[in-house]
Design a protein around this ligand. Structure first.
Ligand code: CAA
Ligand code: NAD
Length: 283
């Protein structure tokens, strides 16, 4: 199938990055969010990154303008009626996502693929909320999207081979490397990454070492580009907590219990970089 027009739902840190890479690769993009402010912020972020690329002489001014002109902001989800593909990147909450998938299923053309950028939630359950379970799939980008090469392509129980192939081909068009993953809690990436982050939070909670020193251990000791607590702030502590809850509920194994300190920070509204405070303070 040919994918030309893509709707990206959610203009937060992931949605704006996905919209950017799609537009850079020549797709027409509708960037949707419930919040007009979030769309403006997301669009502004894309503009800033493209301007930086022009300044560094990586792309021309013309390429920047062409890319921006391919992104149409909209708060109207009904505009999905003209799209071949949807990539949903809203909050990591099953009830909110299934509600959006029902709306999309009702309005999107029958050929359209509905993909989710969920970090951990079951694709099969989202698919069951629609009348096209064979066209529902996970397309899990990594943060920051314009930089990270990986996309996990996750097959729900009923995802068709045709849908899988179209999404794997699209990932290639976006200059990403796709890996095929089956539908289990946290898929592959977050099943491995998030328990490490959660353990680093336990180490803070139990006063094993300071926040800075734990990050230094993993940066200088294991050559990670960011320490786990910096990375948790970067991902968003709310998203980290949701993912740990999905792992805990999905496997029923106490080894995935979220650290109480993580829960406390989220309850306080300390969501990491995006809220200005997490394990570190951002001004
Ligand atoms: N958005 C877009 N581009 C960004 C960016 C952002 N938020 N942050 C940095 N970059 C770009 C910079 O512009 C720079 O690009 P140029 O080379 O074109 O100038 C490049 O990345 C390198 O940036 P810096 O030199 O400033 O910093 P760095 O060398 O420390 O790299 C990093 C930044 C790429 C983010 C690096 O720290 C890194 O790889 N961190 C780990 C990221 C990671 O683990 N991501 C996965 C998170 S888990 C996930 O995504 C799954 C999930 O479901 C939660
Ligand atoms: P974010 O908080 O930065 O952005 C979410 C956006 O969704 C907000 O702008 C919000 O206004 C919007 N939104 C909420 N409900 C909506 C609705 N019903 N319709 C349209 N827009 C709606 O979150 P994020 O970090 O970009 O994460 C988005 C998704 O991507 C989550 O499923 C998350 O698990 C996944 N993800 C996150 C990361 C990460 O590192 N943060 C990495 C990979 C995948």
């Amino acid at each position: 199938m040919t994918i030309k027009k893509v709707m990206v739902i959610g203009a937060g840190q992931m949605g704006s990055g996905i919209a950017q890479v799609c537009a850079q690769s020549g797709y027409d993009v509708l960037l949707n969010d419930v919040s007009e402010e979030a769309i403006q912020k997301g669009f502004g972020h894309i503009d800033k990154l493209l301007t930086k690329s022009v300044d560094k002489e990586r792309i021309s001014e013309q390429k920047k303008n062409d890319t921006l002109s391919r992104i149409q902001p909209t708060t109207d989800i009904q505009k999905v009626e003209n799209c071949d593909m949807v990539i949903e990147a809203i909050v990591e909450n099953m009830d909110v996502k299934t509600k959006v998938f029902r709306e999309l299923d009702a309005s999107a053309p029958s050929h359209a693929i509905l993909a989710t950028n969920t970090s951990s939630l079951p694709i099969t359950e989202m698919a069951a909320a629609t009348n096209r379970p064979d066209q529902i799939i996970g397309m899990h980008f990594m943060n920051p999207v314009p930089v990270m090469k990986l996309v996990e392509v996750i097959r729900g129980l009923q995802t068709s081979d045709e849908t899988y192939q179209a999404v794997a081909d699209m990932a290639k068009e976006l200059s990403k490397t796709a890996v095929e993953v089956n539908d289990y809690p946290g898929f592959a990436a977050n099943r491995i990454l998030m328990p490490m982050i959660n353990e680093a939070i336990y180490a803070v909670h139990e006063d094993v070492a300071s926040v800075e020193d734990i990050d230094t251990v993993m940066k200088l000791g294991m050559n990670h580009p960011m320490g786990p607590l910096t990375l948790a702030d970067f991902i968003g502590l709310d998203t980290c907590l949701y993912i740990m809850e999905v792992l805990h509920d999905g496997f029923g194994d106490s080894k995935y219990r979220p650290c109480p300190l993580l829960r406390k920070y989220v309850n306080a509204g300390w969501l990491g970089k995006k809220s200005g405070r997490g394990f570190y303070q951002y001004s």
